[in-house]
Design a protein around this ligand. Structure first.
Ligand SMILES: [Zn+2]
Length: 299
């Protein structure tokens, strides 16, 4: 019956996604199948759950006042995130706050749909607000032409600054502005008390450099060189027990956890892994900077 356009429209309307048809946006093709490969939801520590796909992290932080969701993966991953949340015993409709580590379509592609389905408020660092509100078009990498709208634009309800606290129920996150990867890239830290000990949790946006970005030639982002350096320096100062990140591979989720494993937060305690990840991004940054300074002849 999906062959009939009228039926398809009414199914979309039932799902609450009818408004998408009014927007024009085109997601880039998914070239990494791990981005959309299903992965079962899991409890990381206390009220922190991984509800993303195999490689694109989404985190649910539950409270008695509703839940926070950090990152969504691409737009088509929303049903998977929803089913992970529900299979863990939580209600999708109880999501009250939406947050993201940065405004690229592989982490915020589903925000507009989830906002519409739940009525949650979206909070974002102020420097990534324009890119979320224009669906990725103002991505600095495509300056001045624009990238085109690659995900459904999402209206931001509250602009975050470095050091802002985000509270829901008894959970309070601190937002850390860690620019470089995007202008408004953000990490979140908070403490979870579980089994008589405190875990310092960090959902960290590591300072990776996308392919094609030229540090010394980024007219859309004139402070990129200093921003990367400052982010790395700040991340080196952080003390993190439970290291989490925008991609599962960055914190080696699949080495630490298999779907048949029982709940055990200690498997995610990895301060050395966090330090190593920061040092790796610093090394990549310094090497690329040096290559660019030497010019093309030395490559
Ligand atoms: Zn990105």
């Amino acid at each position: 019956m999906l062959k009939k356009p009228a039926a398809a429209v009414s199914i979309l309307a039932l799902l609450g996604v009818a408004a998408i048809t009014a927007q024009t946006f085109k997601e880039p093709p998914v070239t990494n199948e791990a981005w959309t490969r299903p992965f079962p939801g899991l409890r990381i520590v206390g009220n922190v759950y991984y509800v993303g796909t195999y490689d694109l992290s989404s985190y649910l932080i539950t409270t008695d006042q509703g839940h926070m969701l950090i990152n969504t993966g691409v737009g088509s991953s929303v049903p998977m995130i929803r089913s992970n949340i529900e299979s863990l015993g939580f209600r999708f409709a109880d999501i009250k706050l939406l947050l993201a580590t940065h405004g690229h379509w592989d982490h915020v592609g589903g925000m507009a749909a989830i906002k519409r389905l739940t009525g949650a408020r979206m909070l974002m660092h102020e420097a990534d607000v324009p890119v979320l509100e224009d669906g990725g078009n103002s991505d600095f990498r495509f300056f001045p032409k624009g990238r085109g709208t690659v995900y459904e634009p999402v209206k931001i309800d509250q602009r975050l600054k470095d050091g802002d606290k985000v509270r829901l129920g008894s959970t309070e996150l601190t937002a850390h502005h860690h620019p470089g990867h995007t202008k408004g890239a953000t990490s979140f830290t908070f403490t979870v008390r579980e089994g008589g000990r405190d875990y310092r949790v960090g959902i960290i946006n590591t300072a990776g450099i996308n392919e094609g970005v030229q540090l010394l030639k980024s007219p859309g982002y004139p402070t990129i060189v200093e921003d990367y350096a400052r982010t790395v320096a700040r991340q080196k100062q952080m003390t993190i027990d439970v290291f989490l990140s925008s991609h599962a591979g960055q914190f080696r989720l699949h080495e630490k956890y298999k779907p048949e494993d029982a709940y055990n937060p200690s498997r995610f305690v990895d301060p050395e892994g966090f330090r190593a990840a920061v040092e790796r991004t610093e090394k990549n940054y310094l090497e690329q900077l040096q290559k660019e300074r030497q010019g093309p002849s030395s490559r």
